[in-house]
Write a protein that binds this ligand. Structure first.
Ligand code: AR6
Length: 166
């Protein structure tokens, strides 16, 4: 079992599945969602149009098209509204439900971005703690889980959460 932090764009990773921090339309957007759609090409949007959107905390699978990854798991994080609207539970559900898809498809390696910590405004240290705790609880043997940070400071936050929860 591998659980580690990597730095860079999730679109460059050689893993079986990448997780997308999408919005409930699943029809693309900015941030990591925009990067994944650009790198995957128009086939991804065409498949996403057939899915009928996705609720916050849920996850849906598509192909990876022009990505190295064979699959994209689209999940919708919570918008941060101060922390008393169940944001932590919804964020944990994103990781949990994504891992459920991973298990169903017998996917061996998966990379997660820091869901909700960009446009959706979730505080990064808390988000990192929730990601690490939820994933560690649900992971199983023989799988590789990567936490993908888009910058060195973000990687440090994720690494601190990983070290703390070990
Ligand atoms: N690879 C890895 N991480 C990235 C990349 C990348 N290429 N680009 C950005 N990040 P965000 P959210 C990091 O805003 O907060 C979209 O418009 C970024 O630094 O992408 O869940 C959707 O359509 C941050 O740490 O997602 C939704 O409308 C993290 O990814 C909305 O944004 C998440 O930032 C979702 O907001």
């Amino acid at each position: 079992m591998t659980f580690r932090v990597v730095t860079g764009s999730i679109t460059d990773l050689d893993v079986e599945a990448v997780v997308n921090a999408a919005n409930s339309t699943l029809l693309g957007g900015g941030g990591v969602d925009g990067a994944i759609h650009r790198a995957a090409g128009p086939g991804l949007l065409a498949e996403c149009r057939t899915l009928g959107g996705c609720l916050p905390g849920q996850a849906k699978l598509t192909g990876g098209y022009d990505l190295k990854a064979r699959y994209v798991i689209h999940t919708v994080g919570p918008v941060w509204r101060g922390g008393d609207r169940g944001e932590d539970t919804t964020l944990a559900s994103c990781y949990h439900e994504s891992l459920r898809v991973v298990r169903e498809r017998r996917i061996r390696s998966v990379a997660f971005p820091a869901i909700s910590t960009g446009v959706y405004g979730f505080p990064k240290p808390l988000a990192a703690q929730i990601a690490v705790m939820t994933l560690r609880e649900k992971m199983w043997e023989d799988m590789e889980v990567l936490l993908c940070a888009f910058s060195a400071p973000d990687a440090a936050i994720l690494q601190a959460a990983l070290d703390k929860e070990t």
